[in-house]
Design a protein around this ligand. Structure first.
Ligand SMILES: [Zn+2]
Length: 194
């Protein structure tokens, strides 16, 4: 295993912080149906004075079960998403890649084949603890911008069902359940019963 539980927790915390910062910095990318990832890519591009393009490609033949990756070209930064995966998963991949860009995991000024960040659930990074940590960070960033904590909490208080919430945020019901469980867990630790 790479990294201790404490280290992984720390990366998750960093991702959440970064996601909250993103949500605060770019409030206009949130529509009445969750985050608009095309708007988010454009806003983040403006922020870095770069063009960020989101493209689809069938990556199913690539090794390593890659869901998407980001690289830099002269005319801008390209996020490539595996069109072979379900729409929900593609949304998560775009959000994950935006997290890498916002966190500075890729050098936006460097055109180089090795200057890349990925999303892969397979063992691609497991030999590299630093990259593995960045993956944890980017995943929790993605969860935070796709399903912002304050919005999820207010839906929960109004009794909105998991399925309805998943539909609203454009995520799978399974991702929604994991997110709700995570938020409840962190709430428990934040606000002990008095
Ligand atoms: Zn990644």
């Amino acid at each position: 295993m790479e990294g201790s539980m404490a280290e992984i927790k720390e990366e998750v915390r960093k991702g959440v912080e970064l996601g909250k910062r993103f949500n605060k910095t770019f409030p206009n990318v949130f529509t009445n149906c969750g985050v608009d990832l095309n708007l988010a890519a454009r806003a983040l591009g403006d922020y870095f004075n770069k063009k960020i393009f989101v493209k689809n490609a069938d990556l199913s033949k690539m090794k390593g079960g890659i869901s998407g990756f980001t690289f830099v070209r002269e005319d801008g930064v390209y996020i490539v998403v595996n069109s072979d995966e379900p729409p929900y998963r593609q949304r998560f991949t775009i959000a994950h890649e935006l997290g890498h860009i916002f966190n500075g995991d890729i050098d936006l000024g460097k055109i180089d084949n090795l200057n890349m960040v990925f999303r892969s659930d397979l063992e691609l990074f497991y030999g590299d603890p630093e990259k593995f940590k960045l993956e944890q960070m980017a995943n929790s960033f993605a969860a935070e911008i796709l399903m912002p904590e304050d919005q999820v909490l207010s839906f929960m208080k109004s009794g909105v069902s998991v399925e309805e919430m998943a539909m609203f945020f454009g995520v799978s019901p399974q991702a929604m359940r994991i997110r709700i469980a995570g938020i409840l867990h962190s709430q428990d630790h934040k606000q002990p019963e008095n």
